[in-house]
Write a protein that binds this ligand. Structure first.
Ligand SMILES: *[C@@H]1O[C@H](CO)[C@@H](O)[C@H](O)[C@H]1NC(C)=O
Ligand SMILES: *[C@@H]1O[C@H](CO)[C@@H](O)[C@H](O)[C@H]1NC(C)=O
Ligand SMILES: [Ca+2]
Length: 419
C-alpha cells in the first residue's frame, strides 16, 4: 500500500504529469496483506460548489488569452459568450469535475469581475486525500489557499498558501514551514501569470518519499478528508493583455476565474482492510454519470466490518481491532480461535453444535461474537431438534433458507453505524 502511495506521489513530477499512472497503480489483493482500493479523482461524479457561474443571469461576454507561442509573442484576446442556462454556452461547476480524459475542454467559469471565489468539494464520507491538481483556463490566481476538513465542514485546516508574492498577499515568508495558520507554508511556485491557459496548481499531502504508514494514526491524520476548499483570492491578468492594443482602448472582460480540471486524488478510506468500495449512505450521484466514481463504503476483508472496516466482524473478536500496517504489509486481520468458523448450518453435527454452544459460554469472547454465534448455533439446534422430532414419512420439501454461516453473517447484516 505504501508503495502505491509513494508511486502516486513520485510520479507527480512537475514535468511529465500524467494522471493515467494512478490508474495503473493496481490495488494489491487483500489476501494475507494490507490492501487499499484503487485511487481516483474524488471530484468525479460529485457536486462541486462555487459562488458564481458565468452567465448566471443571462448571456455575458468574456475574453481570454491563449498561451503565448514559443517566441513569447502574444495573440489577440478571444472573446465569447456564456450563459449558464444554455448548454452550449454554459460553463458550470460540473465542467471541472468531469473526466479530464473524456472531456478535456470543458470548464467552470466564474462571473465576470468577481474579486474572489470559493471552490468546494463536500464528500459524503471520509476518504484519503493524497494530492490535488487544478488546471486553470484563466491565469492562475495571484493568491489562493487550500484547506481541508475532517469533520464534514465543522472545522478546517489550512494546508497551503499560494501567492505570486507571499509577503504581500499573506504576510508570509516564501517556503518557510510553519509560518501560516495551522503551520501551513506559502509557495509562489504555482502563481505565475504564465501560462495564461492550462497553468497548474499542485499540492501533495505527503512530502516526497516520506515513509509514513497511511493506515497508522499519524498517516490518517494527514490523509483523512471529508471536504476540500479552495479559495481563489486574487485575480491576475494575462501579461498579454498589457500588450494588447485592443484592450488599451476598451476594458476587455477578462477578470474571471476559470478551471478546466479539479483533480482531488484519493481513495476510499478502509484502514487497509478492503480493495473495493460501494456507494456510501448519502451518496447522491450527479446527473453527469461517470464510471470512475471513487465510492466511500468499504467492502471489508480481513474479517472486519463497518463502512470503513473500523471494527471486527461478529465472531472475529478474539483480539482487538487494528488497522493494517501499510509499511510492513501486515494485514492485522480480526481473528477467532473459536471453531465456530468451521461450523455451517448444513454440515454441523450435534457434537459440533454443542461444542460451539459451549464456546459461547466461554470467557474472553465478546458479547457481539456470542450473539452472532448464538444466531448460528441456536438456529442449528432448533432445526436439528425439529428434524429429529419429525416422522420420517413427512416428504414435504421444505423451503430452504441459504445456509447461515459465519461467512454471510459477517458484515452484511450488522448495523452500518458505529460509534
Ligand atoms: C444575478 O441576479 C441575482 C438576483 O436575481 C443577483 O443577486 C446577483 O448579484 C446577480 N449576479 C450577477 C453576476 O449579476
Ligand atoms: C512583494 O511585496 C512586497 C510588498 O508587500 C514588496 O516589498 C516586495 O518587493 C515584493 N516582492 C516581489 C518579489 O515582488
Ligand atoms: Ca473539464
Amino acid at each position: 500500500m505504501l508503495v502505491l502511495f509513494v508511486i502516486g506521489v513520485a510520479m507527480l513530477s512537475d514535468a511529465g504529469l500524467s494522471v493515467e499512472v494512478f490508474r495503473a497503480g493496481v490495488a494489491p489483493r487483500c489476501e494475507s496483506r494490507a490492501c487499499n482500493p484503487r485511487m481516483g479523482n474524488l471530484a468525479l461524479g460529485r457536486r462541486v460548489l462555487t459562488q458564481t457561474v458565468c452567465g448566471n443571469n443571462g448571456t455575458e461576454l468574456y475574453c481570454s488569452y491563449s498561451d503565448p507561442n514559443t517566441n513569447l509573442a502574444c495573440s489577440a484576446a478571444k472573446c465569447a459568450k456564456c450563459n449558464a442556462g444554455l448548454p452550449l454556452l454554459s460553463h458550470l461547476a460540473s465542467g471541472m469535475s468531469d473526466s479530464s480524459f473524456r472531456h478535456p475542454n470543458t470548464w467552470w467559469q466564474s462571473a465576470e469581475g468577481v474579486e474572489s471565489e470559493t471552490v468546494q468539494l463536500d464528500l459524503e464520507a471520509e476518504f484519503y486525500f493524497t494530492h490535488l491538481i487544478v488546471v486553470f483556463r484563466s491565469p492562475r490566481p495571484a493568491a489562493m489557499t487550500l484547506e481541508r476538513s475532517q469533520d464534514f465542514g465543522r472545522t478546517w485546516k489550512m494546508l497551503q498558501y499560494y501567492a505570486s508574492n507571499c509577503s504581500a498577499a499573506f504576510g508570509l515568508e516564501e517556503g518557510k514551514a510553519g509560518g501560516g495558520q495551522d503551520g501551513a507554508s506559502c509557495t509562489s511556485k504555482y502563481s505565475a501569470a504564465y501560462p495564461c491557459n492550462r497553468g497548474e496548481v499542485i499540492y501533495r499531502t505527503l512530502p516526497k518519499w516520506e515513509s509514513l504508514d497511511p493506515f497508522g494514526e499519524e498517516g490518517q491524520q494527514q490523509l483523512r478528508v471529508t471536504n476540500v476548499r479552495i479559495r481563489l483570492l486574487k485575480h491576475q491578468p494575462c501579461p498579454c493583455q498589457a500588450k494588447d492594443l485592443a484592450s488599451a482602448h476598451e476594458a476587455l472582460p477578462t477578470q474571471h476565474f476559470a478551471i478546466y480540471d479539479l483533480i482531488v486524488k484519493g481513495s476510499c478510506f478502509c484502514n487497509g482492510h478492503a480493495e473495493q468500495c460501494v456507494p456510501a449512505p448519502g451518496y447522491q450521484p450527479i446527473r453527469d454519470r461517470t464510471n470512475h466514481v471513487v465510492h466511500g463504503k468499504c467492502v471489508c476483508r480481513h474479517n472486519t466490518a463497518g463502512d470503513h472496516c473500523e471494527r471486527c466482524a461478529p465472531l472475529y473478536n478474539d483480539r482487538p481491532w487494528q488497522p493494517a500496517d501499510g509499511l510492513t504489509g501486515a494485514p492485522q486481520e480480526c481473528r477467532t480461535d473459536v471453531s465456530i468458523s468451521s461450523l455451517s448450518h448444513q454440515s454441523a453435527s450435534v457434537t459440533d453444535t454443542l461444542r460451539a454452544a459451549t464456546l459461547i459460554g466461554r470467557r474472553g469472547v465478546s458479547l457481539a461474537s456470542k450473539a452472532a454465534a448464538c444466531a448460528t448455533v441456536c438456529t442449528t439446534l432448533k432445526d436439528v431438534s425439529v428434524r429429529d422430532a419429525k416422522p420420517a414419512s413427512t416428504e414435504t420439501p421444505s423451503v430452504r433458507r441459504p445456509p447461515l454461516t459465519p461467512a454471510n453473517v459477517r458484515y452484511d447484516h450488522t448495523p452500518t453505524h458505529s460509534s
